[in-house]
Design a protein around this ligand. Structure first.
Ligand code: GTP
Ligand code: MG
Length: 198
């Protein structure tokens, strides 16, 4: 898929404010600072579209970016950031759970995990929650530029092994680097296929 147009549509504090049209959402979630906003900028080839920050907790609202006038990329607040109000470490804020469980626009969710880290408890909890609710999701390993090819493979194998305790197979997964543009084509191709399905 070519991204020919990417525009900021709106920021929502609650799901009653998300766009009321029939375009579908492809959303990005993960721990604060994992690289959600950077990945949105990389996929759209539009630096500065989503706000990036080295300080965790930058994205606090649900941000909709309209792509090619036909679907939305959605930047969600990070979880696992202790200082966000009303959000204790180890739990998921209402804005996140309302969006993923109640928002009918939500078509597919990418859970981003830092490729350098061993599987984190909070991500595993979140993935379990998705499984329990039957939410369609995939994994994106971020910041691949920080590891060698062999280290990346070891890291993904470690993830697969951890998830195999609960899942028969690893969900659709991608390796990315927003710094180097790694993973862009594969992720966009997957999204294209995903939007073809009803
Ligand atoms: P919140 O909005 O706070 O939840 O964070 P986020 O997940 O949107 O992360 P963001 O995109 O703001 O990036 C966090 C930090 O990681 C920034 O300093 C980015 O420059 C850096 N970063 C993001 N992606 C990559 C990547 O692929 N490679 C490297 N080396 N750094 C990255
Ligand atoms: Mg962000």
């Amino acid at each position: 898929m070519q991204v020919t147009k990417a525009i900021f549509k709106c920021s929502s504090e609650r799901i009653s404010q998300v766009p009321k049209d029939n375009l579908r959402d492809i959303a990005f979630i993960g721990r604060s600072n994992v690289g959600k906003s950077s990945l949105i900028n990389m996929l759209t080839n539009h630096n500065g579209l989503a706000k990036v920050s080295a300080t965790p907790g930058k994205t606090r609202l649900i941000n909709h970016f309209c792509i090619n006038n036909s679907w939305y990329l959605v930047d969600l607040p990070g979880y696992g950031y202790a200082r966000t109000s009303k959000q204790l470490r180890g739990s998921f804020s209402k804005i996140i759970t309302d969006y993923i469980f109640k928002c009918e626009k939500m078509h597919f969710l990418f859970v981003l995990v830092d490729i350098r880290l061993e599987p984190q408890k909070i991500d595993l909890e979140f993935i379990t929650l998705l499984g329990e609710h039957g939410i369609p999701f995939g994994l994106i390993f971020t910041k691949a530029d920080k590891l060698s090819k062999a280290q990346r493979e070891r890291s993904i194998a470690r993830y697969a092994e951890t998830l195999s305790e609960q899942w028969e197979e690893l969900p659709p997964h991608f390796v990315s680097s927003s710094e180097r543009g790694i993973g862009r084509d594969g992720i966009l191709k997957f999204i294209e296929k995903c939007l073809e399905s009803v």
